[in-house]
Design a binder for this molecule. Structure first.
Ligand code: TYD
Length: 132
């Protein structure tokens, strides 16, 4: 499965750590949008969609969560629990986000502005789209 983790340098010192994210440097696209998911209630699973064009990097900057991935052929689960690890998700990947720990913050960098027409929110439609 085409799932890539990107390890970011930590500029750590006795004060703590700092991670810098730069478009077309350690992030492989121009960042047009940033959003973050926090205060996720216990037992909640989010996502249940794929994108036609959008590329994203997911970073759990605090706490942990799991990402369920499905490219229409294979499934994989990725644990995100480090603020310097980004999961690079290209288009054509059905995803769910779940098992958010207390205080988890999932930061997402996106290659495009929000566009509902880029979403595939029905799983059967996703499978057909991937087999076209
Ligand atoms: P939703 O797609 O349900 O989130 P998730 O994929 O995490 O399950 O998005 C929740 C709401 O936020 C929905 O009304 C769409 C809106 N939204 C934006 O307005 N801008 C954005 O960049 C995103 C990701 C969502």
């Amino acid at each position: 499965m085409n799932v890539e983790k990107i390890i970011f340098d930590i500029k750590g010192d006795e004060r703590g750590s700092l991670v810098a994210l730069e478009a077309l440097k350690n992030i492989p696209f121009e960042i047009k949008r940033v959003y973050y998911i926090s205060d996720t209630k216990k037992g909640v699973t989010r996502g249940f969609h794929a994108h036609k064009k959008l590329k994203q990097i997911l970073i759990c900057v605090n706490g942990s969560c799991k990402i369920g991935l499905d490219n229409g052929k294979e499934k994989e689960e990725v644990l995100l629990d480090k603020p310097n690890v980004g999961l690079y998700l290209e288009s054509g990947m059905w995803r769910t986000m779940y098992d958010f720990s207390e205080g988890a913050v999932l930061l997402v960098l996106a290659s495009e502005l929000y566009d509902e027409s880029d979403y595939i929110r029905d799983y059967e439609t996703f499978l057909k789209y991937m087999n076209e």
